[in-house]
Design a protein around this ligand. Structure first.
Ligand SMILES: Cc1ncc(COP(=O)(O)O)c(C=O)c1O
Length: 464
């Protein structure tokens, strides 16, 4: 097949996308006047321009051009019950009747917190913010204030939101600053201060030896190890057997705190990965589904650490925020948590497994060495064979795939599936087996369509 013919396959995919979304193109052209590139959230942008959604109902989304999509993204994992769930709407409406936020302590705040503390093993006490970013920011501040130490160990490719403390090696393996003790080279994200590198050390995920090297070297300087118990944004990279337990033992033996960022992974069980894996960190950061579709963040953990925030204490650590514990968020979140019981967890996790297995089978059938990773209701498409144990191995697949992720994404959009351009797939309780079957059918057809590109331009991805 000639380059011209390959080019035509891609042009055809993009052309069909453009034909389905003429109004979105107009919206994007107008939005470009006030937003750089026409978008206000880097993650939701994709080329040639994003679809503009106007309505969500259950697992369905509708765009401004009248197209219907099955929502395989759930606002980047935050909508566990899909859109406009009647019980959540009812709770929000009832709260709205009385006002959305009072600037005072309210009952629903501690009821929401009681609910979480009962479910998440590490949460003896907690506090709220407005984003997962604030959740990790204040978990780190708590660790600093409690330990009196300044440094943290984070994972290469770990994502904890967009505050300066942690904007190191969010994208893995391309550092210009030497890593400590021969470990991954480091870099800060553009616009974050270089000085962050004084305090942030980086290790590959799933590498206990690397953590021990740093703990030995900087034991008296390290406040905490912070990680997503499954790398999320960097490709749903799962912890190997014994890794989380090993981290717990290591941090305990060196007197260093352990922070789990369960902003994404809380949904894996009724109480996060810490509950399903039986490993209790000292502090936990949360966000996403606990706000029921509204902006939220939280952090919490051991009572002796959280006592630092007790405003009755003369030198309490200051933690405030105009919208912390906003009642409308708490109402939506509480209704969401009540609905997300063991039965619901089992339902979405079983669908997630079906989805991952189905994606793996489709790759096999197409003779392409791709795979799906993930846990529970979360999956990530990878264009590479072999076990993926850390972020570098995860992005390697992305580079090996050339244009495939971009055009798979657009083609899935053309077939009525709204998913992340990076290939993340998310199950909600609004889905059932027929939805997953439908996705798998269309996914297999999309792979067939793209196969000529694999044969010509990415033959290293051909199986056998
Ligand atoms: C693991 C993790 N931590 C923190 C955050 C930041 O959350 P937010 O976007 O609500 O600030 C995210 C966001 O995707 C995340 O995936």
């Amino acid at each position: 097949m000639t380059d011209k013919r390959l080019h035509e396959i891609f042009r055809d995919i993009e052309e069909r996308y453009r034909q389905r979304t003429p109004k979105a193109a107009e919206h994007n052209a107008r939005a470009k006047h006030c937003f750089p590139g026409g978008d206000t959230r880097t993650a939701t942008f994709y080329q040639p321009y994003p679809a503009y959604m106007v309505k969500g109902q259950g697992c369905l989304l509708y765009d401004v051009d009248g197209n219907q999509y099955i929502d395989m993204l759930s606002n980047y994992t935050s909508l566990i019950h899909g859109h406009a769930h009647p019980k959540i709407m009812e709770a929000v409406r009832a709260q709205l009747e009385n006002g959305s936020v009072f600037g005072s302590a309210t009952e629903i705040q501690y009821i929401h917190a009681e609910h979480l503390c009962a479910r998440v093993p590490s949460l003896e006490q907690m506090r709220y913010g407005n984003s997962g970013t604030e959740g990790t920011l204040f978990a780190m501040r708590a660790a600093r204030a409690f330990s009196g130490k300044e440094m943290f160990i984070k994972m290469d490719g770990g994502y904890h939101g967009s505050h300066d403390f942690i904007e190191v090696n969010v994208f893995p393996g391309s550092g210009t600053e030497p890593g400590a003790a021969g470990l991954p080279a480091r870099h800060v994200e553009p616009s974050a201060p270089l000085s962050v590198l004084n305090d942030i050390l980086v290790v590959p995920f799933n590498d206990l030896d690397a953590v021990e090297i740093l703990l030995k070297k900087y034991e008296d300087k390290i406040a905490a190890v912070i990680l997503e118990p499954m790398l999320g944004a960097l490709g749903m990279v799962t912890p190997q057997d014994g890794y989380l337990k090993g981290l717990r033992e290591l941090t305990e033996s060196y007197g260093v705190l352990l922070i789990f960022d369960e902003v994404i992974t809380f949904r894996i069980s009724t109480g996060g990965i810490q509950k399903s894996e039986g490993v209790t960190p000292d502090l936990t950061a949360m966000g996403k589904i606990i706000g029921g579709g509204f902006p939220v963040g939280a952090f919490g953990g051991r009572k002796d650490i959280m006592a630092l925030f007790d405003p009755n204490q003369p030198n309490a650590v200051f933690h405030s925020g105009t919208f912390n514990g906003t009642d409308i968020v708490m109402a939506a979140g509480l209704a969401t948590l009540e609905l997300y019981d063991q039965t619901a967890v089992d339902q979405v996790n079983a669908l997630g497994e079906k989805l991952r297995n189905g994606v793996n089978q489709a790759f096999k059938k197409a003779d392409i060495t791709g795979q799906a990773t993930g846990l529970g209701s979360l999956a990530q498409i990878h264009w590479r064979p072999g076990e993926i144990t850390n972020a570098l191995e995860s992005v390697e697949g992305f580079f090996l795939a050339g244009e495939l992720p971009k055009f798979l994404h657009l083609e899935l959009m053309n077939r009525g599936f709204y998913c992340a351009k990076r290939g993340m797939l998310v199950i909600s309780t609004a889905m059932d087996e027929t939805i997953v079957d439908k996705f798998l059918e269309e996914f297999a057809e999309a792979l067939d369509l793209l196969k000529p590109y694999v044969v010509e331009k990415a033959p290293h991805l051909l199986a056998g």
